[in-house]
Design a binder for this molecule. Structure first.
Ligand code: SER
Length: 641
């Protein structure tokens, strides 16, 4: 059975159970400024999981294209990809566990004929932090399903992943894990979730490929082991909770959010753990074998990287992304360059995109009409990018010869320069050095790693600046609006509730614009209350201070709009007495030194002590506009007048 057939069967299976088939959403989120890419099937549905009414009803199904840039460096083994399709079905406060689990079981064991003996399941063990109990209800359902296939399903309590490695399978069929494994939200386990975020316990199904356990990962194998024996093929999330400042509260109605990787299910149906052999990827690999004259078995890593990256790149371009040095465009450029570099190593020195991308589009065009419409433009776009990059690569080769001539021995800094400036792969530098009989200094690796770490730090800082600030510039007016925005965010939470979470901000010298989660209109009365609180806090002339804190600690008490995208340490801005702060936010700054400065008229100049100059007219914070920005998100504009 092909992956295309599996996708079709899944959609039809759930359509027959009253689900409306939705088209895939773009890989570039339309209404969600907090993230660059659609990384899971539920992402476009968050407002509806939080209680908003969906125009297509309470039962939905789709196959959502997903992209996870963070997995780019993992690609190369038999199962990691950055791009995949997630089969998803949702109950928006309609059916629950007793329908979801038997339906998915029926799909797996009947519609796509997986052998029940090869299936293992996991359930949530329960914990105090969330107050959510052990999910024996799901376990009972699974037991009956296994029993109907003549299998006795023993329950095993595992808890943490580390315990899994210590305890092993113990002849179990149903395994209980803690929240690090059996809890799902966009931001991971409960402790990482922001207020307002939905999540819940989940139950996963694993397929046993029966490959030997690799002790490199841990002593014993267990379903969540990373050795590759078990492949997770579906996750039913019982999304019934929302995080608040006081803990977890039930959502108005419990939802089901199911997601299963199409490519992984197809690998299970093939009973072959190599995902790159499924019908949606194999033709790409065969094409690469033809182009390079090399065999997949001997060149798995390179061919897998190229196949994955060009699939992802194609869909990003179909969804309107063009290679650039910013945001999504930067990621697309990296994907293309990495694919071209790996192809270079296979000896494919020209026309990679032109030769491979049409194979990809022809695999998807029958099911995704937009791929068909865009295919020629995408190929042309990639050909231009490839041409530019190949010139860079050639310049790298020239640079290499120059260095080799001058030095006879390359340092880590040379290898880094070739890599960073000319996009010249490290392996290529080493190989070239060997061929040219140039030595490479013994310490090259450590030096190279240091420089890479520094470069990563630089680019992280750049991206924090790019996505986090939302500031037009750092002029005094903008800085005043920035601090006023922190006051307003806190005031909105006080007036509307803790579900209010920042969804974006844009601040200029004339106004602040702020997007936040809230599903109703903010009333005139509430607007007045928010204005009063902000003006009150300006009048109190509270100190504004900042401190660097470790991210997990900071996230416990400070608001932050960007979830798990922070580094190890973050800057936290506090307004008011740090022992009893009015507001604490993870933020890059800059801010005024004390809130009185916000109310200061004119250019906001201060005297030598940093206090507002006496005699300037006072300015008041005023909300000038309140409107819907997208489903479940409101937008406010405010000025100081
Ligand atoms: N949201 C869950 C996941 O991504 C199920 O759809 O695994």
């Amino acid at each position: 059975m092909t992956a295309q057939e599996i996708r079709k069967k899944y959609l039809e299976f759930f359509e027959a159970k009253g689900h409306k088939i939705l088209p895939r959403a773009s890989l570039v989120p339309q209404d969600d400024p907090t993230t660059l890419f659609t990384g899971s099937g539920m992402q476009p549905l968050v407002p509806y999981l939080l209680g908003e009414k969906h125009p297509d009803g309470k039962r939905l199904v789709d196959s959502q294209t997903c992209f996870r840039a963070e997995d780019m460096d993992e690609v190369g083994d038999n199962r990691h990809t950055t791009f995949f399709e997630m089969l998803g079905n949702w109950s928006l406060g309609d059916y629950y566990k007793s329908e979801q689990l038997p339906w998915f079981w029926e799909f797996l064991t009947d519609a796509v004929s997986l052998n029940p003996k090869k299936l293992y399941v996991t359930c949530f063990i329960g914990d105090k932090e969330t107050g959510v109990p052990k999910d024996t209800e799901s376990a009972e359902i699974w037991k009956k399903l296994f029993a109907a296939s003549g299998l006795e399903a023993k329950e095993v309590e595992i808890g943490s992943n580390a315990n899994g490695y210590a305890k092993g399978m113990r002849s179990g069929r149903i395994f209980y894990y803690d929240a690090s494994k059996n809890w799902w939200s966009r931001e991971g386990p409960p402790v990482n979730m922001r207020e307002g975020e939905p999540g819940g316990p989940d139950s996963e199904v694993f397929y046993d490929f029966e490959t030997p356990h690799d002790q490199k990962f841990g002593k014993h194998c267990h379903p969540n082991c990373d050795c590759g024996r078990f492949g997770e093929i579906g996750n039913s999330v019982f999304m019934a909770y929302k995080k608040t400042s006081k803990g977890f509260e039930p959502l108005p109605a419990p939802n089901v959010d199911f997601g299963g990787g199409l490519e992984r299910i197809a690998a299970a149906v093939n009973d072959d753990p190599d995902m790159f052999k499924i019908s949606l990827i194999k033709p790409i690999i065969s094409g690469l074998e033809g182009l390079s004259g090399k065999d997949y078995q001997q060149h798995q890593t390179s061919m897998r990287v190229i196949a994955d990256h060009l699939r992802a790149a194609t869909f990003l371009a179909v969804d309107g992304v063009a290679p650039s040095n910013k945001a999504q465009g930067y990621v697309l450029r990296r994907l293309l360059r990495r694919a071209i570099r790996y192809a270079f190593e296979l000896g494919i020195e020209q026309d990679l995109c032109q030769q491979v991308v049409p194979t990809i589009t022809s695999l998807y065009a029958p099911n995704f009409p937009e791929v068909n419409q865009q295919k020629n433009e995408v190929v042309e776009l990639f050909m231009r990018e490839e041409k530019i990059f190949r010139q860079t690569l050639r310049a790298g080769v020239r640079q290499f010869f120059k260095l080799a001539e001058q030095k006879k021995q390359l340092t880590g800094a040379d290898v880094f320069k070739l890599y960073d400036t000319y996009g010249f792969p490290v392996e290529l530098s080493l190989e070239e050095a060997y061929l040219q009989k140039v030595t490479v200094s013994k310490e090259w690796q450590g030096q190279f790693k240091d420089l890479m770490a520094k470069q990563r730090h630089r680019s992280q800082t750049a991206s924090v600046g790019m996505f986090k600030g939302g500031l037009a510039d750092h002029s005094q007016q903008v800085v005043k609006y920035h601090t006023a925005t922190h006051l307003m965010y806190r005031a909105l939470k006080q007036v509307l509730g803790d579900h209010v979470v920042q969804r974006g901000s844009n601040i200029t010298a004339e106004r602040t614009r702020f997007d936040f989660s809230h599903s109703q209109k903010v009333t005139a009365e509430q607007i007045k209350q928010v204005e009063d609180i902000v003006n009150q806090k300006i009048a109190e002339d509270l100190p504004v201070t900042w401190k660097e804190e470790k991210t997990p600690e900071a996230l416990k008490t400070a608001s932050g709009a960007f979830g798990d995208k922070y580094g190890n340490k973050v800057k936290v801005y506090t307004i008011g007495d740090p022992k009893k702060p009015f507001s604490r936010e993870i933020c890059g700054g800059p801010h005024v030194q004390h809130t009185g400065q916000i109310g200061q008229g004119g250019n906001g100049s201060t005297d030598s002590t940093g206090s507002p100059q006496a005699g300037s007219p006072q300015r008041k914070f005023k909300i000038t506009k309140e409107e819907a920005s997208s489903a479940g998100v409101r937008r406010i504009k405010a000025v100081l007048e």
